[in-house]
Design a protein around this ligand. Structure first.
Ligand SMILES: Nc1nc2c(c(=O)[nH]1)N[C@@H](CNc1ccc(C(=O)N[C@@H](CCC(=O)N[C@@H](CCC(=O)N[C@@H](CCC(=O)O)C(=O)O)C(=O)O)C(=O)O)cc1)CN2
Ligand code: MET
Ligand SMILES: [Zn+2]
Length: 769
C-alpha cells in the first residue's frame, strides 16, 4: 500500500517564506535571496517527506503566494490590465507580474488593482480568483511546475508527483468578468493546455503520477459541470495515455457525484474519509478494480492525533474488497491547513500534547498505520492509550459548562423587544447624525506594536511597561478619531495579537501554540488556538480596555468582541463532540463578556462574525442545519442586554445572497459588511429582502493601499441610500485596518467622514440621495 501525501505547508517552520516575501516587497531583500529562501523551504519539505518514507511526494504544492494564482500564471490567464507589467521587462521578472496580480501594482504612475481574493472552500485560506473573458485564451505561460518538478526529481533522486488544480475546478474557482457566457464553456479551450502540460511533465521529467485536485466533485454540480468533468478527463486520458492521473477530492463526500467520479477514466481516485467516512462502502462498489483508491484517513484540517482504530476499520474494509495493491493511504487533504511541527511546541503540557499531531507527525502516522497493518501491535496499543486518556481526561470535561448548555432555551436567544422598538429607544439615547460614521475595530498593527508585544512576551518589558505603551497608542487613536470627526469610536485593538487567538488565550478549554502558524493568505498567517475541552470564561476579557477607552472620550465607544461562530471556525476544534455544542459553550462565554461590558457602561457592543459564511457546509442539503445552530449561537451571545444597548456585528467575505434571511435572523441592531469592491452589489439582496435592521455597507476597500476619494465614497453612499432607508445606513470601511499603514488609513478615513457629511448635507437640503 503506497503512502501518498497531497501537499505540505510552505510558509517554512519559522515563517521563513513570509519574512522573505515581505522583505522582497519592501525592497530590502533581493530576488535571488527570495528564491533562495523558497528553495530552502521546498528542499526541507522534500527531505522531510523522503525521510518519512512517503512514496508519492508532492511537488508544485509550494507557492510563493497562492496555488490558484500559480495555475493562472501557468495557463496564461493573465488579465489585460497587467500588460504594462508584462511588457516592462527591464523592471519586472515573472515573479513581479505574479505579485502584481496578487497585490496590485503602484509604480511609475501606474495604479493597477489586484485580483480578487476569496475563501478556499470552508477554510480560512484565501485564493486569488481567476478572471475570465468570453474570448479567454490559454497557453503555457509560466514554467514553475516544470522547474519545481525537475528540481524535486534531482533532489529526491526519484520522480515526484506534481500537483495541479484540475481543469474543471480551476474554471469553477474563477469568475466571468463580462456578461454573455458561462466559464464552464471554456473547458474545450482549457483542456488542450492541460494535455500539453501533462505530456511535457511525462516526456521531460518521466513523471508517473500527476495529482489533479478536483474538490468541486464534493460540491453540488449542474449537469453542464458534470459533463465538463466527463469531457475533460476523457480527452486527457486519450491524449496523455502514459500518465497516471490521481483525481483528488476533499472537504466533503462525493455524494451524488460518486458515480461520475468513479466512472472517469483515471488511474487513481483520492477521497476524504475524515469528513466523509460513510462514502467508502459505496466507492468500493463503484470503483473499477484497476483504479487505485487513495484513502484519506488522516485529518488534514485539524491537529488531533489519528484514531488508529477508526482508520484501521476503514483500511480493513478496503483491503478486504480490493487487496492491498491498488490502495494508497493519505491525509484527507493537503497538510497546508495544519502547522508544521509539534516538536517545536516546547511549552505544551504533556498530557494534551500527547493527543496532537501537526504536519510532520501526520506523515509519521501514515507509516505507523502501515506498520500496524503489517503486525506492529505496540504502536496500536500506544495510540489506543492516547485516545483513552483524551476521552476520559478531567482537563476536558466540566459538568457545570455542560449543564449550562443543556439548560439553554429559546428565551436565552431572544432580545426583550423586537428591533423596531429597540431602534426607537436607541436613537433617543445615542442622538447620532444621519449616516453615522464608524470603523470596524482594529487600527494599524505596526511593527512597533508587534515588537512591543514580542518584547513583553519574552519578559523584556514588564506588564506595566507594556500596558503603558498600549494606553498611549489607544489614547492617541481616540484623540485622532475625535479630530477626524468620526461619530462612534473604537479603541483600536492594539492589545490583541489576533482577533481569535486573543480570546482563546483568555478562555478555559483552549490552549495555544507558540509556533503553530498556518497560512491565511499570501504572507499573512494565523496561529489558530486549540479548543480541546469544555469552554468557559474565568474572568473578564476585554472590559479593561473598553472601559479605559470609554473613560477617555465623550463620544460613544464600541466594545469589541469576536463572536462564537468565528472563534469556532478559526480554531482547531475538538472532534469528540458536535461543533454546535462547542459553539454554544463559546456563545455563553461571549454572552458573559457582553453582560460585563454592559455593566461597565459600554453602550454599543460589536460581536464580529466574519467567518459565519465560511463555515457554511459545501453541500446545500447540509446548510439549513448549520445556519440554525450558528445563528442561534450568535443570538445567545448577544441577547442578554437591555434594549438600549446596541449590538453591532461585522462580516467581511459577505457572499450571502442566499443566506440573507439567516443574517436577518441574527437580529443585530447594526451590521457592517464588505461591499466596496462589488460597488454595493450585495446591498441589492438586503434591499430585495427588506432587511429590517441598520446596515453599514463598506465604502472603503481596506484590502488595498489605495486611498479612496471623497467623490467615489459619496457615489457608493448614494447607491446605498437608493436601496435602503436613510435612517438605517451607517458609514464605515469594509473591515478592520490592522494590515494598513497610518498615512493611508488617516487619509482614507478623513475622506470617508467628508463623504458622510456631504451625504447628510444633501438630505438636509432636500436633494434626494
Ligand atoms: N484568525 C484570523 N483569521 C482571519 C483574519 C484575522 O484577523 N484573524 N482576518 C481575515 C484575513 N486574514 C488575516 C490573517 C492574518 C493576518 C495577520 O495580520 N497576521 C499577522 C500575524 C498576526 C499575529 O498573530 N501577530 C502576533 C505575532 C506577531 C509577530 O509576527 N511577531 C514577531 C515579532 C514582532 C516583530 O518583530 O515584528 C515574531 O513572532 O517573529 C502579534 O501581534 O503579537 C501576520 O501574518 O503577520 C491578517 C489577516 C480572515 N481570517
Ligand atoms: C476579519 S474581521 C475583523 C474585525 C475586527 N474587529 C477588526 O477590525 O480587525
Ligand atoms: Zn472584517
Amino acid at each position: 500500500m503506497l503512502k501518498n501525501n497531497l501537499g505540505y505547508p510552505r510558509v517554512g517552520p519559522r515563517r521563513e517564506l513570509k519574512k522573505a516575501c515581505e522583505g522582497y516587497w519592501a525592497g530590502t531583500l533581493s530576488r535571488q535571496a527570495l528564491f533562495l529562501a523558497a528553495t530552502q523551504v521546498r528542499e526541507a519539505n522534500l527531505q522531510l517527506q523522503k525521510d518519512a518514507g512517503i512514496d508519492l511526494v508532492p511537488c508544485n504544492d509550494f507557492s510563493l503566494y497562492d496555488q490558484v494564482l500559480d495555475m493562472s500564471l501557468l495557463l496564461g490567464a493573465i488579465p489585460e490590465r497587467y500588460t504594462p507589467v508584462v511588457t516592462d521587462v527591464a523592471n519586472n521578472a515573472e515573479v513581479d507580474l505574479y505579485f502584481a496580480m496578487a497585490r496590485g501594482y503602484q509604480r511609475d504612475g501606474l495604479d493597477i488593482t489586484a485580483m480578487e481574493m476569496t475563501k478556499w472552500f470552508d477554510t480560512n485560506y484565501h485564493y486569488i480568483v481567476p478572471e475570465f473573458k468570453k474570448d479567454q485564451a490559454f497557453r503555457i505561460f509560466s514554467s514553475k511546475v516544470f522547474a519545481e518538478t525537475g528540481a524535486a526529481r534531482h533532489f529526491l533522486g526519484k520522480v515526484p508527483k506534481p500537483v495541479l488544480i484540475g481543469p474543471v475546478t480551476y474554471l469553477l474557482l474563477g469568475k466571468e468578468k463580462e456578461a454573455g457566457f458561462d466559464r464552464i464553456q471554456l473547458i474545450q479551450k482549457l483542456v488542450p493546455v492541460y494535455v500539453d502540460i501533462l505530456n511535457k511533465l511525462q516526456e521531460d521529467y518521466q513523471v508517473e503520477w500527476v495529482q489533479l485536485d478536483e474538490p468541486f466533485l464534493a460540491m453540488d454540480l449542474t449537469p453542464a459541470q458534470q459533463e465538463a468533468f466527463r469531457y475533460a478527463y476523457a480527452a486527457i486520458q486519450k491524449q496523455c495515455p502514459h500518465i497516471k492521473i490521481l483525481l483528488t477530492t476533499y472537504f466533503d463526500a462525493l455524494g451524488d457525484n460518486a458515480t461520475l467520479a468513479a466512472g472517469l477514466p483515471v488511474a487513481g481516485l483520492h477521497v476524504d474519509l475524515v469528513r466523509a467516512p460513510q462514502q467508502l462502502e459505496l466507492l468500493l462498489e463503484l470503483l473499477p478494480p484497476h483504479v487505485v483508491l487513495s484513502l484519506g484517513v488522516i485529518d488534514g484540517r485539524n491537529i488531533w492525533k489519528n484514531d488508529f482504530e477508526r482508520s484501521l476499520h476503514l483500511l480493513d474494509l478496503a483491503i478486504k474488497e480490493r487487496g492491498r495493491n491498488n490502495l494508497m493511504i493519505a491525509p484527507s487533504c493537503s497538510l497546508l491547513h495544519t502547522p508544521f511541527d509539534l516538536e517545536a511546541e516546547t511549552k505544551l503540557a504533556g498530557e494534551v500534547r500527547n493527543w496532537m499531531a501537526f504536519a510532520k507527525q501526520k506523515l509519521q502516522e501514515l507509516n505507523d498505520l502501515q506498520a500496524i497493518l503489517e503486525g506492529n501491535t505496540s504502536l496500536l496499543a500506544a495510540n489506543r492509550q492516547a485516545m483513552e486518556t483524551r476521552r476520559t481526561s478531567a482537563l476536558i470535561h466540566n459538568p457545570q459548562v455542560k449543564a449550562r448548555v443543556a439548560a439553554l432555551t429559546e428565551k436565552d436567544a431572544t432580545r426583550h423587544q423586537p428591533f423596531a422598538q429597540r431602534q426607537i429607544t436607541q436613537h433617543a439615547r445615542f442622538q447620532l447624525p444621519l449616516f453615522p460614521t464608524t470603523t470596524i475595530g482594529s487600527f494599524p498593527q505596526t511593527a512597533d506594536i508587534r515588537q512591543l508585544r514580542a518584547r513583553w512576551k519574552k519578559g523584556a518589558l514588564t506588564q506595566a511597561q507594556y500596558e503603558d505603551a498600549l494606553e498611549k497608542a489607544t489614547v492617541d487613536l481616540i484623540r485622532w478619531q475625535e479630530v477626524c470627526g468620526l461619530d462612534v469610536l473604537v479603541h483600536g485593538e492594539f492589545e490583541r495579537n489576533d482577533m481569535v487567538e486573543y480570546f482563546g488565550e483568555q478562555l478555559q478549554g483552549f490552549l495555544f501554540t507558540s509556533n503553530g502558524w498556518v497560512q491565511s493568505y499570501g504572507s499573512r498567517c494565523v496561529k489558530p488556538p486549540v479548543i480541546f475541552g469544555d469552554v468557559w470564561r474565568p474572568a473578564d476579557m476585554t472590559v479593561r480596555w473598553s472601559r479605559f477607552a470609554q473613560a477617555h472620550t465623550e463620544k460613544w465607544m464600541k466594545g469589541m468582541l469576536t463572536g462564537p461562530v468565528t472563534i469556532l471556525q478559526w480554531s482547531f476544534v475538538r472532534d469528540d463532540q458536535p461543533r454546535s455544542v462547542t459553539a454554544n459553550q463559546l456563545a455563553l462565554a461571549i454572552r458573559d463578556e457582553v453582560a460585563a461590558l454592559e455593566n461597565a457602561g459600554i453602550a454599543m457592543i460589536q460581536i464580529d462574525e466574519p467567518a459565519i459564511r465560511e463555515g457554511l457546509p459545501l453541500r446545500r442539503k447540509d446548510r439549513a442545519m448549520y445556519l440554525d445552530w450558528a445563528v442561534t449561537a450568535f443570538r445567545i451571545s448577544a441577547s442578554c442586554v437591555r434594549d438600549e444597548t446596541q449590538i453591532h456585528t461585522h462580516m467581511c467575505y459577505s457572499e450571502f445572497n442566499d443566506i440573507i434571511a439567516h443574517i436577518a435572523a441574527m437580529d443585530a441592531d447594526v451590521i457592517t459588511i464588505e461591499t466596496s469592491r462589488s460597488q454595493m452589489e450585495l446591498l441589492e439582496a438586503f434591499a430585495y429582502f427588506h432587511y429590517p435592521n441598520e446596515i453599514g455597507p463598506g465604502v472603503y476597500d481596506i484590502h488595498s493601499p489605495r486611498v479612496p476619494s471623497v467623490a467615489e465614497m459619496e457615489v457608493l453612499l448614494e447607491k446605498a441610500a437608493a436601496l435602503l432607508p436613510a435612517k438605517n445606513i451607517w458609514v464605515n470601511p469594509d473591515c478592520g485596518l490592522k494590515t494598513r499603514n497610518w498615512p493611508e488609513t488617516k487619509a482614507a478615513l478623513e475622506n470617508m467622514v467628508a463623504a458622510a457629511k456631504a451625504a447628510r448635507e444633501k438630505v438636509s437640503t432636500g436633494i434626494n440621495v
